[in-house]
Design a protein. Structure first.
Length: 219
């Protein structure tokens, strides 16, 4: 995982820990919240892995039942071991496997972020996370006005919080830090939307960022 990808995800988690007075936080406060966020990520990773394990056990039991109830084994003596049978890959099983893969990927990502943040050699993660938060604190009014401008008919306080926070991070990177490639910033924002927010968030976030890019002539 790249350090800045970890930093964006951590910044997103950070926003969920803030109260409304974001501008009042100092660096020490941010570092404390980062530590709490890493602990939250690690805890969530454990929960995700437990969920994945439960799904794997459930699938194993279903496969065992399918094998035992197959006509080949139903006609065998009761004390005889079951013969392995062909297992059709049904859409239901495919969706369950996809779900477990997604859960495992989330858990792995959370653990990687935790590792990146806690290792001294990976201080870039913490530094870039704090840089995002610092620029946002200094420019919160302007950033939220930009979101409000392009999110027509939406009150900034009534937006899905996750979408608003994702947009805040991306806009800060695009307009104030100006260090990461525009495509990378947008792609990472869309990944956060797909991972954490609603089904409509991907299109919503993409649409707002596209308008920001055009408005400010970003390349």
């Amino acid at each position: 995982m790249q350090a800045r990808r970890a930093a964006r995800e951590l910044a997103f988690i950070l926003f969920s820990q803030f109260d409304k007075q974001v501008v009042s936080y100092k660096r020490d406060d941010l570092e404390d919240i980062i530590l709490k966020s890493v602990r939250i990520l690690s805890s969530n990773a454990g929960d995700e892995l437990k969920t994945s394990l439960g799904s794997l056990i459930d699938m194993k039991n279903r496969i065992s039942d399918y094998e035992a109830e197959h006509e080949i084994n139903l006609n065998r003596p009761i004390d005889a071991s079951n013969i392995p049978v062909p297992l059709p890959m049904t859409s239901d099983m495919t969706s369950r496997i996809d779900e477990m893969i997604e859960i495992a990927e989330k858990a792995l990502l959370a653990l990687e972020i935790a590792e990146f943040t806690t290792l001294d050699s990976q201080s870039d993660v913490k530094d870039y996370t704090i840089e995002i938060m610092d620029y946002f604190q200094k420019n919160q009014k302007e950033v939220d006005e930009i979101i409000k401008k392009f999110a027509k008919n939406w009150d900034i306080d009534r937006l899905v919080k996750m979408d608003r926070d994702i947009l805040r991070i991306a806009i800060v990177e695009l307009l104030y830090i100006k260090d990461a490639p525009m495509k990378v910033v947008v792609d990472e924002a869309l990944e956060l939307a797909k991972k954490y927010s609603t089904d409509d968030s991907y299109s919503f976030v993409n649409g707002i960022l596209a308008k920001v890019i055009v408005e400010y002539g970003l390349k």
